[in-house]
Unconditional design. Structure first.
Length: 178
């Protein structure tokens, strides 16, 4: 059985409404390694980042996970991988599968206003990928102390740092142009 782990994280500048999403796909067997045997430089080479404009924190988390799932599907496809676990520190993403039935029953409309829920299109795309890939969402604690990391925490911290670094570089570019 092929098993993969998909890590996603984001970094946002709320004032400018722009952010960076990052993801990493690795064989799940890497999660069995000793945390200190996982080399940051090796992992860094495989983290993929993307810039997003006109976004919010919730939207950026959704955009990133949907983008990462699309990339995963295009690369691995559901026929090649029997199992996918998605690791995120986003409470919103972690709760999406649990919220699915209620959202679909209401037609993705808000209870009070009856207007379409923000990010409805992203939620629909997320659920389509869920149906196609049958992944499991695993909530990881974000920004935990380094020495307490297991393999998952260590890898997640590398993805987190890569997203923050990419956002800082982008913000430096914007300042330089100004």
């Amino acid at each position: 059985m092929n098993s993969f782990a998909l890590f996603t994280d984001v970094s946002l500048n709320p004032e400018l409404r722009c952010g960076v999403g990052a993801y990493l796909v690795i064989p799940a067997s890497m999660l069995q390694a000793s945390p200190y045997s996982i080399d940051k430089t090796v992992v860094d080479k495989h983290v993929v980042v993307r810039r997003f404009e006109n976004t919010t924190s919730t939207r950026l988390e959704c955009q990133t996970v949907v983008w990462a799932l699309e990339e995963y599907q295009n690369t691995c496809g559901p026929s090649e991988a029997d199992r996918l676990q998605v690791y995120t520190d986003s409470q919103g993403i972690a709760g999406l599968l649990r919220r699915r039935q209620a959202l679909e029953l209401k037609g993705f409309r808000a209870k009070r206003s009856n207007l379409q829920v923000k990010n409805a299109a992203l939620y629909r795309a997320f659920y389509e990928f869920s149906d196609m890939l049958g992944f499991e969402i695993i909530k990881v604690p974000g920004h935990s102390r380094y020495h307490s990391h297991d393999a998952v925490g260590r890898i997640f911290s590398f993805v987190d740092r890569k997203a923050r670094k990419a956002l800082n570089l982008w913000m430096d570019e914007i300042k330089f142009r100004s």
